[in-house]
Design a protein around this ligand. Structure first.
Ligand SMILES: [Zn+2]
Length: 442
């Protein structure tokens, strides 16, 4: 098993200076998945269906696609870049190629409760291709590590691409034990706890391998949000939260040997355009999130059902050592957010938790599963450019050379929602005032 000795910050600093140490502007990232080119999609579906394919061509195609994705992210101004999950058909089911115990099966896929509330709408979006078509892995035997070759290939592809692209740092996504346990049916283990424990034991090798390679690990945890209205739809919030804590414990167990500052986690309520009226409020799961080991929390914050939750940070203190990566781009629609709006969103968080503890992110991925993404690929890159522009606008304001004490006091009042007693002077503060004024209204 890998151990911490392999992880050496000095080596990483020499090879690729960690961006996380750069603190004079708002850094940018996204959740992980990106639109896949058609040749990638075709290969992934052939692999998923068990059809023959040329493995050398597979490898070559993935490397090319990852290089291209990293270049596009860098061109858009993204600081922490991913491989776009090119080699994965979806963020969680890829595990069946890496772990023992899973077999593809035909268990019906559960739909989110908010879509079942409106069956005509649910059927309409399903007919438009918004539901996954890949095979669903079912746990039918003991879980263990089967094959880490696909992981090593992913790491190599991303590291190659990052080393050719100055100024970016790479992160790699992986499914959390809770996400696999909540969304992949279990027909073998006697309980959810036993299933989680087995997954934590098996996934820790993937997590440690990613961190030891020098990449940042980004653990996907939609189980802590979306799990409520799919798997746990028939229980109450308390029961869901109790299980969320178990899932976080399993994650922490699997991350025992990796440093918290090299791990981030993403939670969301499902990257689909639905009513989301069954989403559990963020406030109810914050306790579980705060107990999780990863240092960065990537949480939806831009879509119309969760944007208001930025206000939670007025009454909830972000634990020491944690950084917030709020979604400031909605990944379920094709509107390209105006950079000024992106800046307003960033400023709201920065004023509440501190400019050094915010990284601008996205609500979810742009290609949750291969061949499907709600956002048209060209618009995805436009959105990411807008993210950069908005982060630059916010940085200008946050690192403006004003007297820190006065600025802090004004910011604190603004963040508390109380109007500032000081009227903005018309000239020097005009640009800033327009951002702040709108922020107050929200
Ligand atoms: Zn997500």
């Amino acid at each position: 098993m890998a151990n911490r000795l392999c992880y050496d910050k000095r080596f990483i600093a020499k090879e690729e200076k960690p961006l996380s140490l750069s603190r004079n502007r708002i850094l940018t990232t996204h959740v992980g998945s990106l639109p896949r080119p058609q040749d990638v999609v075709d290969l992934l579906f052939a692999q998923d269906k068990g059809e023959p394919y040329d493995s050398a061509r597979f490898d070559e195609t993935m490397q090319r696609a990852v290089r291209d994705a990293v270049k596009k992210q860098a061109d858009a101004g993204i600081d922490f870049v991913s491989d776009g999950e090119m080699s994965k058909i979806s963020y969680a089911t890829y595990i069946r190629h890496r772990l023992t115990g899973f077999e593809p099966g035909n268990v019906p896929r559960a739909t989110p409760q908010d879509l079942d509330d409106f069956p005509e709408y649910r059927d309409k979006i399903a007919s438009m291709g918004a539901t996954p078509k890949y095979l669903r892995p079912i746990c039918k035997g003991p879980i263990g590590v089967k094959n880490l070759a696909p992981l090593h290939a992913d790491i190599e592809h991303l590291k190659n691409a990052v080393s050719e692209t100055p100024g970016v740092e790479g992160f790699m996504t992986a499914a959390s034990p809770g996400t696999i346990a909540v969304f992949q049916p279990n027909e073998f283990y006697p309980s959810h706890e036993a299933y989680l424990e087995a997954l934590a034991g098996a996934m820790r090798e993937e997590y440690e391998t990613i961190v030891n390679s020098g990449l940042i690990l980004s653990v996907d945890c939609p189980d802590l949000g979306m799990g409520r209205h799919i798997r746990f739809r028939d229980v109450d919030d308390d029961e869901f939260v109790r299980n969320a804590h178990l899932q976080v414990e399993a994650l922490n167990h699997a991350l025992a040997n990796v440093p918290a500052d090299r791990v981030r986690m993403h939670i969301c309520w499902g990257n689909y355009e639905g009513p989301h009226t069954r989403d559990i409020p963020l406030a109810k799961v914050l306790g579980a999130l705060f107990k999780a080991k990863p240092s960065q929390l990537l949480i939806e914050g831009a879509n119309p059902r969760h944007e208001h939750e930025w206000e939670l940070w007025k009454s909830h203190k972000l634990p020491a050592g944690k950084t917030l990566v709020p979604g400031v781009l909605d990944t379920s629609c094709n509107f390209v957010e105006h950079p000024q709006l992106v800046a307003q969103r960033i400023l709201r968080y920065a004023e509440l938790v501190g400019r050094d503890r915010v990284i601008a992110g996205t609500d979810c991925g742009f290609g949750t599963f291969a061949g499907f993404g709600a956002v048209y690929p060209t618009l995805c890159w436009m959105k990411l450019r807008s993210l950069r522009e908005g982060a630059d606008i916010a940085s200008k304001e946050l690192w403006a050379k004003t007297a820190p004490a006065g600025k802090k006091a004004a910011s604190a009042k603004r963040a508390s929602g109380k109007p500032s007693p000081k009227k903005a002077s018309p000239k020097p503060a005009k640009k800033k005032a327009s951002v702040k004024k709108t922020a107050r209204k929200r």
